[in-house]
Write a protein that binds this ligand. Structure first.
Ligand SMILES: [Zn+2]
Length: 437
């Protein structure tokens, strides 16, 4: 491969036949070498790298003219020197943009600007890759993936800076939207009823903790809205949603809960949540969820997530080590059927301990949201876990890896970006990337 590299590096490619010769030379070299398909592919990668650079250089060279006539008056324009531009892309562009000036018309021309346009320091192609990786994996890893997969060297600091900048714009935009659409009492300003939809819509609300540098663990609230008909069964234990809307608000100050509620209200309205003949709010025991649900979605069916309920019961059963297996099975069956009063009566008879007390308190408080038998009969999902919980996909997989600490100011930008990505709004992200430096 060395001869190709040398040919490429030392002389500028002129006519297209040079490119053809270069390709023929490359093929001859590779045929001549003894290698397997893996060597072939690594040689190809190297060849693509060289081609990428040569072809772009050639294009720039052809567009770059030494003399220019004014488009307005036809006079020869003055050469005012060159402006240096460095752009990071699939190729490291190191460009000297010639600047021409017409005295008569007082106008400038920069021929190479035709290609560069208003591209900032990094091309869109590379920025998209940075965001795609950085929203999912640690910045250091994203940087090494860029190098490995795209052969583009970009620092983890640059990736972080881009992600935080874009995320901040997105979260600002979200805040502005809420200010425009939601009134001071948390209701949609310009509410219009839609046509009834004969299906079930769900809003799942949840929270997750993130470790911050300043205040140790802080909560991020997460929600997701989807409809039953958008569910795609991958296998018995795993469903995918092909339409869903995630949203997330960092619980940073005393206004954060109101912000999250406003956000949930707006997302629900935009989704048409209330138009669904059955609309369901699923959550754990957090009082703010049910307070919010009762106030802003009085027509919604409230469902306490089955797995949270089940966890309390299992802890209680394990704590007292019920000898009678029949009894613990009975308790679990009652839960599945939503016979919460039976469970409470039964647990009141066993010796008291912390786990029993916790379970009793939780069940007494939430029994109206635990009619699991009834829900299942109506086809309402009881939070069975076939859909991965929102807080896990939005927050945990990215923000909660071992040893990860986040500056508080960076939490909201990253979760906003991630929620948008997971909601399938890539084009929205790209729009922001086009404007970014
Ligand atoms: Zn002119």
């Amino acid at each position: 491969m060395n001869n190709i590299t040398n040919t490429g590096e030392e002389t500028r490619l002129r006519p297209t036949s040079d490119l053809e010769d270069m390709l023929k030379g490359a093929v001859q070299t590779m045929v001549g070498d003894v290698f397997d398909i893996n060597t072939l592919e690594s040689n190809l990668t190297e060849l693509f790298m060289i081609l990428r650079k040569k072809v772009t250089e050639e294009i720039f060279h052809q567009i770059d003219v030494e003399h220019m006539e004014c488009k307005e008056c036809g006079n020869k324009m003055k050469n005012k020197g060159k402006k240096h531009r460095k752009i990071k892309g699939l190729v490291d562009y190191d460009i000297h943009v010639r600047v021409f000036y017409c005295d008569k018309c007082e106008r400038y021309e920069r021929p190479l600007d035709k290609i560069i346009g208003n591209t900032g320091r990094i091309t869109l192609e590379v920025k998209e890759a940075m965001v795609l990786l950085g929203q999912r994996i640690p910045f250091e890893e994203a940087s090494s993936y860029m190098e490995k997969l795209l052969k583009v060297g970009i620092s983890h600091e640059s990736i972080q800076e881009l992600l935080e900048g874009i995320g901040e714009k997105i979260s600002k935009e979200e805040e502005e939207l809420i200010a425009d659409e939601i009134d001071a009492n948390g209701y949609v300003k310009d509410w219009k009823d839609g046509k009834p939809i004969n299906d079930i819509a769900y809003m799942e609300l949840d929270g997750s903790m993130v470790q911050t540098r300043e205040d140790d663990w802080k909560e991020v609230r997460v929600g997701v809205i989807f409809a039953e008909k958008d569910r795609l069964e991958v296998d018995k234990n795993h469903n995918e949603l092909y339409r869903k809307k995630y949203f997330s608000v960092f619980n940073d100050d005393k206004n954060s809960l109101a912000e999250f509620k406003n956000r949930a209200t707006l997302e629900a309205y935009n989704f048409g949540f209330h138009n669904y003949v059955k609309h369901v709010i699923v959550g754990d025991g957090a009082p703010w969820i049910w307070d919010y649900a009762s106030t802003y979605h009085p027509g919604a069916i409230q469902v306490l997530d089955y797995y949270h309920a089940s966890e309390y019961l299992c802890n209680a059963i394990n704590a007292v080590q019920l000898k009678d297996e029949g009894q613990s099975k009975q308790l679990k069956d009652w839960l599945w059927e939503g016979k919460i009063e039976e469970i409470i009566k039964s647990l009141e008879k066993v010796p008291k301990c912390k786990e029993i007390e916790d379970c009793l308190r939780y069940y007494r408080k939430n029994s109206s949201r635990m009619k699991y038998g009834e829900y299942r009969k109506e086809g309402v999902d009881i939070g069975s876990g076939v859909i991965e919980s929102a807080h896990r996909v939005v927050v945990q997989v990215r923000m909660k890896q071992s040893g990860m600490h986040w500056n508080k100011k960076n939490v909201q930008p990253i979760v906003s970006l991630r929620a948008l990505y997971l909601s399938g709004r890539w084009s929205n992200i790209v729009t922001h990337l086009k404007d970014a430096a």
